[in-house]
Design a protein around this ligand. Structure first.
Ligand code: CA
Length: 228
């Protein structure tokens, strides 16, 4: 089972995170102080991703991160930050962390970030098993198929490539140029419009309501983003 540690002193936020990660299929270990988190990690050496709140009584999240990294370089670490405006300061401090999530965050954003880190750290084994799961979607990279809520969705090869790109980059805004490069290749001399055309068609297939898309969202004047 894929195990995640959640360190957060505010019990309402902690239970929100725990419930949503369990719902997404994770085995969750909870801690409400930095000291407790370090103890729990010793007891659970198979934890693959740790979510660390920064502002805590006792040692703070940065210190917990630093102490984890002294002995453990393979665990994925996501910092939970209070405000995006603090990011300048925070990025300077989060030397050992892999990612951060700004509060308040949606369950979908949170699980997508944990999933992505699980995959990168090899902990989920999803890449090896040939599957990328981001509920309700399941992408099978071996036979190049997509399911939504257990139902197969027929995709063209380009649509499949777009889905794979999105699911490998959850929550990241991708420019139309980037998408063109990633999906069609750098040698492709087509127009950016082809990106919009394919995404419009993909939305008709995968969105609950294509006129109000929630999975593939538009980043105005830039490109698109997978979800959230
Ligand atoms: Ca806190």
């Amino acid at each position: 089972m894929k195990k995640v540690l959640v360190l957060e002193d505010e019990s309402s936020i902690r239970s929100f995170i725990v419930i949503n990660l369990r719902r997404a299929g994770y085995d969750v270990v909870e801690a409400e102080s930095g000291e407790e988190a370090l103890d729990k990690l010793k007891e659970n050496p198979n934890v693959r991703v740790a979510l660390l709140d920064i502002m805590l009584p006792g040692i703070d999240g940065f210190e917990v991160c630093r102490r984890i990294r002294v002995t453990n370089s393979h665990i994925g670490i996501i910092m939970l930050t209070a405000r995006s405006q603090e990011m300048d300061k925070i990025t300077g401090l989060m030397t050992g962390a892999d990612d951060y999530v700004t509060k308040p965050f949606s369950p979908a954003e949170l699980t997508a970030r944990v999933d992505a880190l699980m995959r990168r750290s090899g902990g989920g084994g999803e890449e090896r098993s040939g599957e990328i799961r981001q509920d309700p979607f399941l992408l099978n990279t071996r036979n190049r198929t997509l399911e939504k809520g257990g139902q197969r969705i027929k995709l063209t090869q380009v649509e499949y490539a777009i889905m794979k790109m999105f699911m490998e980059n959850p929550g990241k805004a991708l420019s139309r140029e980037e998408i063109l490069d990633l999906v069609w290749g750098r040698d492709y001399f087509g127009e950016l419009k082809i990106v919009d055309v394919n995404i419009r068609r993909l939305r008709l297939k995968i969105e609950d309501n294509a006129t109000n898309p929630t999975y593939i969202t538009t980043v105005w004047g830039f490109g698109y983003k997978w979800g959230f």
